[in-house]
Design a protein around this ligand. Structure first.
Ligand code: SAM
Length: 276
C-alpha cells in the first residue's frame, strides 16, 4: 500500500472548464483520495475499470499498481491530457465514450474474467449507470463508487427505515452493500451542493434469493413502491389480491418499506406463477 501523502490540496492547474452537464466535481484533497484508494485496495493482478477519470485524481494512484485499467470518459476535452499523462503505461486503456451505453463485456479477456469497477460518478447518471453495470455482475468482483450521500444511504438502508425503497431492494437483491465513509463538498472543485459518500458493492456470485424473472422483478418492486406509505394491498391492486399476499406469508396491510428483499422475491415469484 502506498504511503499517505502529507500535502492536502491536489493541484488543479490545467485550467479545465468544469462542465455541469457531465457532473464534473473533481476531488481536490489528497488525503481523501488516499483514503478512497486504501478502501479499494488495488492489486497488481487486477483488471479494473474506472468510470469518469476527470483529471485523474483516482486514476493516477490506481494505474501505477494494477495490470490493466480501462478508463471510460465522455468529455472530449479530458481525452488528450489523459493520453499525455498515461499513454506510455502498459495498464492504460482509454475509451472515449458514454459509460451508460458502453458494452462492458467487450473488455473481458476471458469468459470468466473478473473485473473491478471504481468511479467518482456523475451524480445525475449514477442510478442508471449502476443498473447498467449490474447486467455484467457475473464478471464483476466489486464496485467502489462515490455517490451523493443520500443515494448511498438509500442503497444501504434496512427495512423499516425512512430511506428503504426501490433502490435499496434492487441493489441489495444483486449485491452485498457497504457504506464506507462520507466526503464533504469542500473536497471537490467546484464543491457540489450535496454531501457525498463512498459505497462498496459486492455482486453476489450466488444470490441469497432468486427472482424467476428479473426483468419482471424490477417492474414488480417499482409497483410495490408506487404509492408512498400505502399498504401492499393498495400498491398491488391488479397484481395480487389480499388472499394471494397472505398466501406468501405476508400481511396485505404491511407497507413495502417494512418488507425484506426475500419478501419481494416471494411475492413476485408467486405473481409470475399465478399470472401465466
Ligand atoms: N474521477 C475524477 C475525480 O474524482 O476527480 C472526476 C469525477 S467527476 C465527478 C465525473 C467524471 O465523469 C467527469 O470526468 C465526467 O466528464 C465523467 N462523465 C460524466 N458523464 C459520463 C458518462 N456518461 N460516461 C463517461 N464519463 C462521464
Amino acid at each position: 500500500m502506498r504511503n499517505t501523502r502529507s500535502g492536502k490540496r491536489r493541484p488543479q492547474s490545467s485550467g479545465h472548464q468544469h462542465k455541469k452537464q457531465f457532473g464534473q466535481n473533481f476531488l481536490n484533497n489528497n488525503q481523501i483520495i488516499d483514503r478512497i484508494v486504501a478502501s479499494i485496495r488495488p492489486q497488481a493482478d487486477d483488471h479494473m475499470i474506472e468510470i469518469g477519470p476527470g483529471e485523474a485524481a483516482l486514476t493516477d494512484p490506481i494505474i501505477r499498481v494494477v495490470k490493466h485499467l480501462d478508463i471510460i470518459e465522455i468529455d472530449n476535452d479530458l481525452i488528450a491530457p489523459l493520453k499525455i499523462k498515461f499513454a506510455t503505461l502498459p495498464a492504460f486503456h482509454l475509451h472515449h465514450t458514454d459509460a451508460l451505453k458502453f458494452d462492458y463485456a467487450q473488455l473481458l479477456q476471458a469468459e470468466d474474467e473478473q473485473l473491478r469497477v471504481v468511479g467518482n460518478l456523475p451524480y445525475n447518471i449514477s442510478s442508471p449507470l449502476m443498473f447498467h453495470l449490474l447486467k455484467f455482475a457475473a464478471n464483476i468482483t466489486d464496485m467502489h463508487f462515490m455517490l451523493q450521500k443520500e443515494v448511498v444511504e438509500r442503497i444501504c438502508a434496512q427495512p423499516g427505515g425512512k430511506q428503504f425503497g426501490r433502490l435499496s431492494v434492487m441493489m441489495q437483491y444483486y449485491c452485498k452493500t457497504e457504506y464506507l465513509f462520507d466526503v464533504g463538498p469542500e473536497n471537490f472543485t467546484p464543491p457540489p451542493k450535496v454531501d457525498s459518500a463512498i459505497v462498496r458493492l459486492l455482486p453476489y456470485k450466488q444470490k441469497p434469493v432468486i427472482a424467476d424473472d428479473e426483468a419482471l422483478f424490477e417492474k414488480f418492486v417499482k409497483q410495490c413502491f408506487t404509492l408512498k406509505r400505502k399498504t401492499l394491498r393498495n400498491n398491488l391492486k391488479g397484481w395480487l389480491d389480499s388472499e394471494q399476499i397472505e398466501a406468501c406469508g405476508i400481511s396485505p396491510s404491511a407497507r413495502s418499506e417494512t418488507l425484506q428483499v426475500a419478501d419481494f422475491v416471494k411475492l413476485c415469484n408467486f405473481y409470475q406463477q399465478h399470472s401465466e
